[in-house]
Design a protein around this ligand. Structure first.
Ligand SMILES: Cc1cc2nc3c(=O)[nH]c(=O)nc-3n(C[C@H](O)[C@H](O)[C@H](O)COP(=O)(O)OP(=O)(O)OC[C@H]3O[C@@H](n4cnc5c(N)ncnc54)[C@H](O)[C@@H]3O)c2cc1C
Length: 339
């Protein structure tokens, strides 16, 4: 059996920089280790979760189960056609390195998802999205190891049940994503209509996917805190999707509130605006704060605990509820002590 480390610190393995220790920890470098991992879980009756880049997690001070640290690596072009390629990346590949690799090869589609932290294996879990694109649009299928049955399964795009920051995988903790296969185009169809992007691209003629990537990287670096400098998990709350009957009176009360109409019944409201309009941008309490440049991002200035982070978030949720009658849901996954 690959060595299982005991009482392993996760302080530097989560971008929110929460203080955290795992009772058991294994680095997954080979798929063959998974049957042994499964035996360990069964014998010790342990809870477990897969850790990728730790950029969408709020970890507890002490995790009683097994952390499977995904380091599966490798990228392979498995089919090449005149118009598209199927490219398979192992789950531990760093997401942004994969995006850069595909653009460099002349395979397009992922450029709008540049600089999102984390791993390829986590990308389908919450259907990562940014700048008008979602990873669901490019996933052909996801390969998972089912830790309950010790079998490998291939789940096609429809089977993943993708929706806004959601997928079937959130309901299937027994699935460990081992690889994701993407369908990428050989001729770029660039998606640059998003407001911030068109402004940044005005001086560029003959726009390429690399230009688009560079522009997105520039915008993201200006707007979002670098997790290497300040602990954060990107957007802390989902943008609430509300019935138009609820949104219309709010629009009258707050004419400046950005509202994105989704269909005849529903609209999406900017959670960042709701928090900003409460005057909380830049607000700091002890080691936690609302990022001064983007109110949707909560920051951990020092090693806060999960309890402290959730208390701070609750204070913001309560203020938003009291002012607008809207409940904000937390976007990152909250790992509890025992699983
Ligand atoms: C500065 C910053 C900016 C961000 N911007 C965006 C953005 O624009 N859009 C966006 O969608 N997200 C964004 N995020 C959130 C985050 O980067 C993504 O959710 C990312 O996909 C998480 O990847 P990870 O490898 O770090 O996953 P982790 O945080 O390690 O894990 C997240 C969840 O996925 C599960 N998981 C991870 N790997 C596997 C696997 N192989 N098999 C099964 N389950 C797995 C974990 O158990 C956990 O439940 C941002 C985060 C930060 C810090």
């Amino acid at each position: 059996m690959q060595i299982i480390l005991k009482n392993h610190s996760l302080n530097n393995l989560n971008t929110l920089r929460c203080r955290s220790v795992a009772a058991n920890f294994i680095e997954l470098t080979d798929i063959d280790l998974l049957s042994e991992v499964s035996d360990f879980i069964e014998k010790t009756n342990s809870k477990f979760f897969v850790l990728g880049g730790g950029s969408n997690l709020i970890l507890p001070e002490k995790y009683d189960g097994l952390v499977i640290y995904n380091k599966l690596s490798g990228i392979d072009c498995i089919e090449e056609h005149s118009e598209y390629v199927l490219i398979k990346a192992m789950a531990g590949v760093i997401w942004d390195e994969f995006v850069a690799y595909t653009i460099n090869k002349g395979w397009f589609g992922l450029e709008n998802l540049s600089l999102i932290p984390g791993t390829v294996g986590a990308s389908p879990i919450q259907n990562i999205g940014a700048y008008g694109a979602e990873v669901a649009d490019f996933i052909e299928y996801v390969e998972v190891y089912d830790i309950q049955t010790n079998t490998v399964k291939q789940i096609n795009n429809a089977g993943c049940n993708f929706s806004y920051r959601n997928s079937i995988f959130k309901l299937r903790p027994n699935y460990i994503v081992i690889a994701v296969t993407f369908r990428l185009l050989k001729d770029a169809i660039l998606n640059y209509k998003y407001a911030d992007l068109s402004k940044c691209l005005t001086d560029i003629t003959n726009l390429t996917a690399l230009d688009l990537r560079n522009c997105i990287i520039k915008i993201r670096q200006a707007k979002l805190p670098d997790p290497n400098q300040i602990g954060n998990v990107g957007s802390f709350f989902h943008n609430p999707i509300l019935n138009n009957a609820k949104v219309n009176p709010l629009k009258l009360a707050y004419p400046g509130m950005p509202v994105y109409i989704l269909d005849d019944d529903n609209s999406k409201v900017s959670a960042g605006w709701l928090i900003d309009n409460l005057g909380l941008k830049g607000f700091r309490q002890n080691n936690l704060g609302v990022y001064p440049k983007q109110a949707l991002v909560l920051v951990n200035y020092d090693s806060s605990t999960q309890t402290e982070v959730l208390e701070f978030a609750r204070m913001i949720q309560d203020k938003v509820k009291a002012k607008y009658g809207i409940s904000l849901n937390i976007e990152p996954i909250i790992i509890s002590k025992g699983g």
